[in-house]
Design a protein around this ligand. Structure first.
Ligand code: ADP
Ligand code: ZN
Length: 610
């Protein structure tokens, strides 16, 4: 392991292993199979890259996305490692280089898309090249339970056998127990059991915040305005929404661009390249964006619309703060979102059992939105982890006032019951408020005893109460029928006064809280004035390298590296190699130029503690 640590420092420039990495590297070096379940951003790739470099031989990495392969290959080459990929988008010169590397055994890592790998000629090629380790990234794609199922992944178990049962590591960030069992069964079969490593899903550097939606444009706009110059992603539920919201944010003066799968490939690539290369771009995207985008310095992720479920939420917010520095998240939720997601589940062309699981996963997300408990506790509990209140979420920081909402819940459910359990939110709310709308008069609902019993609160307050008692399981939506609310067994218990229900009073003021403020704002990664100036100069140099080499900025150096340079101000190359992210290859390549910038900003002397 000493050799592994030395390589970690010399090749990657990292000081120490992150949690879980050392054990996995060790296990691979012992020739055992591995299933690694680790959150996005926790450094899964290093787990097979390091053994690949240390042991020599050829490591084949299966990865579903060309963008991801391209990124990883670039990064490895940046570290001075001979890596390449086989894909349809590569040019002839690159193909020649890769083939040459396979022939003479100098290629350490080869990235291949699954549809390429299953071809006979590819298998033969890899067998001849003496592939010794198979790394299967995004391994949950093998599972039909998951949302990213890819049929080609089912063939991977067979490929492994054809390659002479080579040692295999499967990696994923998807944590459900059913998915895990499925991965093992499909990739390893019965005869071989991989050693399983499951790392905590906590990402303490992510600040978690969720808010009822009033106006997404205003709420997101305010949030971004307080974080100008930082890179962020805003997820929307549909292509049209991305375009509308991007336009709205642009009108507010933000550098926002839209991204979705329906765009021209060229425009889409251009948008992605800009986001990767520049600071301060806001990517307004559908979930088509992000899987495999390894931009470590995304400082915030917003959801303008509710994600599909807790897994999706966690994956998507996980794209912020992969460098481990503070990053923020804001998720907006409204009843319309909830209805849309429910509809998508019910209308989907999936078997009933799958729908049941999807419903449970979605309900867990609603509970996360509405629960008064620390967000992280609720989130981790979903992944089977117990934890203490985190201190880094909106509920921990702002607290949450609760009250006995049994009477309010009864009023709502009584309105639902007396109107025949057929009506949606707006109608119910109008009945409670006592407004004689056309529909209410037509159905004679103004004659009901519940008509107007909710005059003491406004429409938003009642919408919030509906959401909350929905989250608590007291009412449900009859999606297959009229789309109206109906009362569940749990709801009937509250209606009869047998059970009580607690509601959050604070969230009744939809959208009134200030999205701009958060106590651990990523915007406040505190640097002194002179350090800021130096940092700006370093970023400038990085930008020039990036455009000259046509590489994303972080491939040159990460934000974290530049920040450390600005604060620690090393005065020699030798000192510089102690900085996070500066290994031998980068030191040789960029060291002197960045050192010159540091020396030119000769403000405070190198700190004595250094
Ligand atoms: P994952 O695949 O788990 O989402 P990656 O493998 O892409 O995550 O790693 C995320 C980021 O963390 C990358 O920028 C990577 O270079 C960095 N990283 C990985 N291991 C370490 C480490 N031991 N120390 C510092 N940074 C690391
Ligand atoms: Zn918390």
């Amino acid at each position: 392991m000493a050799a592994a640590e030395a390589a970690l420092h010399k090749v990657f420039g990292f000081e120490r292993f992150r949690a879980g990495q050392a054990e996995i590297v060790q296990t691979l070096l012992n020739d055992e199979d591995v299933l690694a379940v680790m959150p996005t951003g926790s450094g899964k790739s290093l787990c097979y890259q390091l053994p690949a470099i240390l042991r020599g031989g050829l490591t084949v990495v299966v990865s579903p996305l060309i963008a991801l392969m391209r990124d990883q290959v670039r990064q490895l080459q940046g570290f001075g490692v001979n890596a390449g990929s086989l894909n349809s988008a590569m040019d002839e010169a690159e193909r020649q280089r890769v083939m040459g590397g396979l022939r003479d055994g100098s290629l350490r890592l080869l990235y291949v898309a699954p549809e390429r790998l299953v071809r006979d000629d590819t298998v033969a090629l890899l067998r001849n090249a003496g592939a010794s380790l198979l790394a299967i990234d995004e391994a949950h794609c093998v599972s039909q339970w998951g949302h990213d199922f890819r049929p080609e992944y089912l063939a991977l178990g067979g490929i492994r056998a054809e390659l002479g049962n080579i040692q295999t590591i499967a990696l994923t960030a998807t944590a459900d127990a059913p998915t895990r069992a499925d991965i093992v069964a499909k990739l390893f079969g019965d005869e071989r059991r991989p050693r399983e490593f499951i790392r905590s899903f906590d990402r303490p550097n992510l600040h978690l915040m969720m808010q009822p939606k009033s106006s997404a444009k205003k709420q997101i706009g305010d949030f971004i305005a307080a974080r100008r110059g930082l890179s962020g992603i805003v997820y929307c539920a549909s292509r049209k929404r991305t375009e509308d919201l991007a336009a709205g944010l642009q009108a507010m003066g933000h550098d926002a661009i839209a991204y979705h799968a329906g765009m021209e490939p060229r425009a889409r690539d251009a948008a992605q390249d800009r986001f990767l290369a520049e600071d301060g771009v806001v990517m307004v995207a559908t979930v088509a964006f992000g899987m495999g985008i390894d931009k470590p310095d995304v400082r915030y992720v917003c959801h303008a619309d509710l994600p599909r479920n807790v897994e999706a939420y966690y994956q998507e917010i996980g794209r912020a703060g992969r460098d481990g520095l503070p990053a923020e998240t804001l998720t907006l939720y409204g009843l319309d979102d909830m209805r849309l997601r429910r509809l998508q589940i019910e209308e989907g062309d999936t078997p009933p059992e799958r729908k049941r699981i999807e419903r449970q996963r979605f309900n867990a997300l609603i509970a996360l939105c509405e629960s008064p408990r620390c967000r992280r506790q609720t989130l981790l509990a979903y992944f089977g982890e117990e934890s203490q209140p985190c201190g880094n979420c909106d509920l921990c920081q702002e607290g949450v006032a609760r009250f006995d909402g049994s009477v309010e819940a009864q009023k709502v459910m009584s309105a639902i019951a007396r109107t025949g359990q057929r009506f949606g939110t707006e109608h119910i709310v109008q009945v409670l408020l006592g407004n004689s709308t056309e529909a209410i008069l037509r159905h004679e609902h103004d004659r009901l005893p519940t008509f107007g019993v909710g005059k003491d609160r406004d429409a938003n307050a009642w919408r919030s109460i509906l959401r909350q008692i929905y989250g608590a399981g007291l009412i449900d939506l009859d999606i297959a029928g009229f789309g109206g609310w109906f009362i569940t067994d749990a709801g009937r218990a509250v209606l009869k006064g047998q059970q009580r229900v607690e509601l959050r009073s604070e969230s009744l003021q939809a959208g009134k809280r200030n999205t701009a403020k958060s106590k651990s704002s990523a915007a406040e990664i505190a640097l002194s004035g002179p350090d800021q100036v130096l940092l700006a100069a370093l970023k400038d140099l990085r930008r020039r390298y990036a455009s000259e080499l046509q590489q994303p900025a972080y491939v040159i150096f990460s934000d974290r590296t530049l920040i450390e340079l600005a604060v620690k101000r090393p005065r020699t190359l030798w000192r510089m190699s102690d900085i996070h992210g500066i290994g031998q290859a980068k030191l040789d390549r960029f060291g002197q130029a960045f050192l010159d910038v540091v020396l030119a900003h000769d403000e405070p002397a190198e700190s004595a503690a250094d």
